[in-house]
Design a binder for this molecule. Structure first.
Ligand SMILES: *[C@@H]1O[C@H](CO)[C@@H](O)[C@H](O)[C@H]1NC(C)=O
Ligand SMILES: *[C@@H]1O[C@H](CO)[C@@H](O)[C@H](O)[C@H]1NC(C)=O
Ligand SMILES: *[C@@H]1O[C@H](CO)[C@@H](O)[C@H](O)[C@H]1NC(C)=O
Ligand SMILES: *[C@@H]1O[C@H](CO)[C@@H](O)[C@H](O)[C@H]1NC(C)=O
Ligand SMILES: *[C@@H]1O[C@H](CO)[C@@H](O)[C@H](O)[C@H]1NC(C)=O
Ligand SMILES: *[C@@H]1O[C@H](CO)[C@@H](O)[C@H](O)[C@H]1NC(C)=O
Ligand SMILES: *[C@@H]1O[C@H](CO)[C@@H](O)[C@H](O)[C@H]1NC(C)=O
Length: 365
């Protein structure tokens, strides 16, 4: 027998742990990550407050699987292969603050109505990366999220979840009044409308992340009111998405004349599969800037968007230049060619009194 195993066996006998499972225990934390578990281990100390079960091969969470561990505050189940949650799966987890189910195979339209009912105190829930994007994209039917199941988590502050091609968030989401950070990942928006996010309107989301959103249908216009339910957002991330800069700028309608910390529009003009030529030579116009111009924003990122030119009274004219701390417009393709642009930039520079970083590097020919 290998010396290490012998030592482990000896240790197990002495400490009376059922070490067949070989979790690593330190104080109140049980690390059972990457141990090949196919079920929730039932032989860990009852007093643990943190249980790490990521990267195992669990496919199902059965009835009362965690009842024994009712002191748990943090439970990680990321990157297993979970597709089935019993309706009593989380029974007993009344203290739980953080639950991660990232990277499993859950169906957001089929949660048992009461499955999250015990989680009255939960603050952070990660349900992202459970649906996969199957290219080529097939027009799927509307995804009706199991809103009743979500409605129990009245203290939820942070939610990360997939966005289906066509999503319907029911009235159960109106109960999430404490929601602050909302991330859609994977984000497969196909048909965003003014209705899509309407039932988030009672929450107070300040950080909204639609980074890497894939848009499969790029129509001429986009409904500028899509983000109205999120009008308290101060940090908006649309980076690396397929919105196109023109549409992304339209989506700023609800934030007119508001104060924001960050607008991240880095590479919002990724090519679409259907039209690889998707507008990657963009001339900024005054109309495109009509909403952004009015926002008092600290950090503005518009890098890598194929901007080739800016019309007068557009990219360099802002109502609140004093708000800027960082501006990043690198990796575009424009020069300050005409005198008018040059004058606008000079004027802007003299009014951006709080500016710390202006990144205008990399101007490809
Ligand atoms: C948990 O165990 C895994 C596998 O041994 C290890 O990679 C990981 O760093 C551990 N995590 C913590 C927080 O100790
Ligand atoms: C995950 O579960 C699905 C069925 O839900 C199965 O087809 C697949 O082989 C499983 N994958 C792994 C890596 O176990
Ligand atoms: C929520 O978003 C804010 C702003 O980006 C960030 O500072 C904070 O860490 C986020 N919270 C979590 C738990 O991700
Ligand atoms: C988008 O959704 C709206 C309302 O839900 C519907 O009327 C419209 O036909 C849909 N458009 C596409 C392209 O699916
Ligand atoms: C936005 O914040 C204000 C002030 O904190 C609050 O009264 C209002 O209900 C919030 N609105 C939304 C949509 O969260
Ligand atoms: C909304 O969130 C902001 C920032 O976290 C906070 O200042 C404000 O009081 C909140 N408003 C409500 C109604 O909860
Ligand atoms: C948004 O989510 C992406 C991953 O999906 C992450 O890399 C990025 O940091 C997030 N943005 C913010 C502002 O938290």
């Amino acid at each position: 027998m290998d010396c290490k195993i012998l030592l482990l066996v000896t240790f197990c006998i002495i400490s009376k742990l059922a070490c067949a499972d070989i979790c690593e225990l330190s104080a109140l934390f049980a690390n059972c990550s990457k141990r090949g578990f196919s079920e929730i281990p039932q032989n860990l100390p009852e007093y643990i407050t943190q249980l790490e079960l990521s990267e195992n091969v669990i496919t199902k969470i059965g009835s009362k699987a965690f009842k024994r561990y009712d002191k748990l505050l943090v439970l990680h189940l990321a990157n297993n292969n979970i597709s089935i949650l019993d309706r009593d799966a989380f029974e007993g987890l009344y203290e739980l603050k953080v639950l991660s189910l990232t990277g499993n195979r859950l169906d957001h339209t089929r949660y048992p109505n009461n499955v999250f009912r015990p989680l009255k105190n939960i603050h952070e829930l990660y349900l992202n990366r459970n649906i996969r994007s199957p290219p080529p994209f097939e027009q799927e039917k509307t995804c009706e999220y199991s809103d009743k199941a979500f409605s129990w988590m009245v203290n939820l502050k942070i939610l990360s979840i997939d966005l289906c091609g066509s999503s319907n968030f029911g009235i159960g989401f109106l109960k999430l009044t404490h929601l602050q950070n909302l991330t859609f990942d994977n984000c497969l928006a196909c048909n965003l409308t003014r209705k899509t996010f309407n039932n988030f309107r009672n929450s107070n989301v300040t950080v909204l992340n639609l980074s890497r959103c894939e848009l499969y249908e790029m129509s001429e216009s986009i409904d500028a009111g899509i983000l109205y339910p999120f009008s308290n957002v101060t940090s908006l991330d649309l980076s690396n998405s397929y919105f196109s800069l023109k549409h992304a700028l339209q989506l700023l309608l609800p934030f007119r004349n508001k104060k924001m910390d960050m607008i991240n529009f880095h590479r919002v003009s990724r090519n679409t599969r259907s039209s690889p030529e998707n507008p990657f030579k963009i001339v900024i116009t005054s109309e495109m800037m009509q909403f952004l111009r009015t926002i008092c924003v600290k950090t503005l990122i518009m890098s890598y968007n194929g901007i080739v030119d800016a019309k007068p009274n557009s990219l360099f004219v802002f109502d609140h230049p004093e708000c800027f701390e960082n501006i990043i417009i690198s990796a575009n393709s424009f020069w300050l060619e005409n005198t008018l642009q040059y004058i606008e930039v000079l004027k802007l520079s003299s009014t951006m009194i709080n500016l710390r970083l202006f990144d205008y590097s990399y101007v490809p020919a």
